[in-house]
Design a protein around this ligand. Structure first.
Ligand SMILES: *[C@@H]1O[C@H](CO)[C@@H](O)[C@H](O)[C@H]1NC(C)=O
Ligand SMILES: *[C@@H]1O[C@H](CO)[C@@H](O)[C@H](O)[C@H]1NC(C)=O
Length: 315
């Protein structure tokens, strides 16, 4: 009887463990399109990491989609714009195109310029590392808001400013009708080592911000503006889910929200208050369901084991 009890108890403890390490996600990403136009998000896993179940889809204005990622996933999200399918069924986008010819990017990344939201889950110290990067240029404003995580640097990041209209003419990308749709990095525009942090410039000591990267940094102080911009641009959370918003919309409580957000992360503001913008933040809360579910599974298992032991002692 005692052996049976131990066996049953062990099984009860093991089953939720399997759920937690395998079936249950390590994090969820909720992607929201608040732009006044459709966005076709693309997702690329880092080298050696399996692609997520979807690598590209459409989000109409106002739509959102939640994606679950397994533990230790790493990769990037971006938004494609002005996408069309030609008469042969080939799918292409004016910005962020992944060249797959299809809605799904299937292991191909964004053609620059594109704003990137980059993640590495369960990295050093069990923390998720994340950033929003303009190193490959800019096409859309992106806001990343951690949901339910912990840590001193577990805070909102992003580039929430519309930079296409402010893009210098030597960096601008226009659609066939002349509209400004993206803004190149200096590296892409000029291909010079000093901008790309390559060759003799491949260290933090030798690769310095340029007037171009500084233009991105002034507008988006928490986003990566060039390859060695780590100090003010990398954020970490333990146990968070993430809300990724394209074109975060104006909000009535913007003042209090942005003040609060502006005091986090070593006083590097999300928004540069010395510049004038049209309104930005709406910190809608996403879902912390997966994490709550995980703790409920554990609590349930512990309760069942306790009950089995009590029963065993009666017999
Ligand atoms: C804000 O922008 C101004 C230039 O417009 C710049 O001098 C200043 O350093 C920027 N502030 C931050 C925090 O990036
Ligand atoms: C948070 O970020 C700042 C600035 O990058 C860094 O100095 C500090 O060590 C970080 N804190 C934690 C807890 O990671």
């Amino acid at each position: 009887m005692a052996q049976l009890c131990i066996l049953v108890s062990l099984l009860t403890l093991t089953i939720p463990h399997l759920f937690i390490s395998g079936v249950l996600p390590s994090a969820t990403f909720t992607i929201v399109n608040k732009c006044d136009h459709p966005v076709w998000p693309g997702i690329l896993s880092n080298a050696g990491i399996a692609q997520l179940p979807t690598t590209g889809f459409a989000l109409q204005k106002g739509e959102s989609k939640t994606i679950t990622a397994p533990s230790s996933w790493g990769g990037r999200f971006w938004g494609r714009t002005l996408c069309t399918e030609d008469s042969t069924g080939k799918f292409t986008c004016i910005t962020g195109d992944c060249g797959s010819g299809k809605l799904e990017c299937a292991g191909v990344g964004a053609a620059p310029p594109a704003t990137l939201a980059e993640f590495k889950l369960d990295g050093a110290g069990g923390l998720d590392f994340y950033d929003v990067s303009l190193v490959d240029g800019y096409n859309l404003p992106i806001l990343v808001v951690p949901q339910g995580g912990t840590g001193a640097n577990c805070t909102t990041t992003g580039c929430v400013v519309e930079l296409n209209s402010a893009c210098p003419s030597e960096l601008k990308v226009t659609s066939t009708d002349g509209a400004r749709v993206a803004c190149k990095s200096a590296c892409e525009a000029f291909g010079q080592a000093q901008y790309c942090c390559s060759g003799a410039y491949n260290t933090p000591a030798t690769c310095k911000p340029s007037s171009y990267s500084q233009m991105f940094k002034n507008s988006c102080p928490r986003a990566y503006s060039y390859a060695y911009d780590d100090d003010t641009s990398t954020f970490t959370c333990a146990g968070a889910d993430y809300l990724i918003t394209f074109c975060p919309s104006p909000s009535n409580n913007q003042k209090s929200t942005s003040e609060q957000e502006n005091t986090a992360a070593g006083n590097v503001p999300l928004i540069n208050n010395t510049m004038v913008y049209e309104g930005v933040l709406d910190e809608t809360s996403g879902s912390t369901c997966a994490h709550m579910f995980r703790s409920q599974v554990i609590a349930g298992a512990v309760a069942i084991v306790a009950a089995i032991w009590r029963l065993c002692q009666i017999f």
